[in-house]
Design a protein around this ligand. Structure first.
Ligand SMILES: [Zn+2]
Length: 176
């Protein structure tokens, strides 16, 4: 890669006082750290049913997920989750709590899902989504979920139940 600060080709070396290979610029010394990405999302419900949305983009186009996406610089977890929910399905959730964190170390991601009860079922489908549904446990398209993290999230939500979800928090990982 090339240095983001000065454009010089970087070298892969272990910097002093470090123990991992990093891309280091031989010209200006800038160290390009690569750290896990944060995914922020919302498990939004109405009358006990969960809002699911069908992806209109790759990867996993036409598979079901919840409103979620990459956190942006300069925003909080909650702001990121609310932004994604509004962009993707036009909802303005007032998340009552952080319901689940989910670490996926093999792809260096950490997911943060807020729980929110919606006041109504109105949605506005953005470009990234091509369908929405409100599903109870039996209506969830379990074989057509976009990611394993969504399966874990939904399984935990239905195990806890809509009434107790607002007071629940789970810190889970794909490592078990
Ligand atoms: Zn440089």
């Amino acid at each position: 890669m090339y240095c983001t600060q000065c454009g010089t080709k970087t070298e892969s070396i272990i910097p002093p006082l470090d123990n991992r290979l990093r891309n280091v610029c031989p010209a200006c010394g800038y160290i390009h750290y690569v750290n896990p990405n944060n995914i922020v999302g919302v498990i939004a419900t109405f009358n006990g049913k969960v809002l699911l949305c069908k992806r209109n983009t790759e990867p996993r186009k036409n598979y079901w997920t919840v409103p979620a996406g990459f956190m942006e610089n300069g925003e909080t977890l909650l702001e990121g989750a609310q932004r994604e929910a509004y962009e993707e399905v036009g909802i303005e959730p007032m998340p009552s709590n952080l319901f689940m964190t989910y670490s996926v170390p093999h792809i260096s991601q950490v997911h943060f899902y807020f729980y929110s009860k919606l006041k109504n079922q109105s949605t506005r489908i953005g470009d990234e989504i091509n369908d929405v549904m409100f599903a109870d446990h039996s209506e969830v398209p379990w074989d057509d979920l976009a990611f394993n993290s969504i399966r874990v999230l939904l399984e935990h939500f239905f195990k806890v139940g809509d009434e107790k979800a607002a007071d629940s928090f789970f810190n889970l990982s794909s490592n078990g």
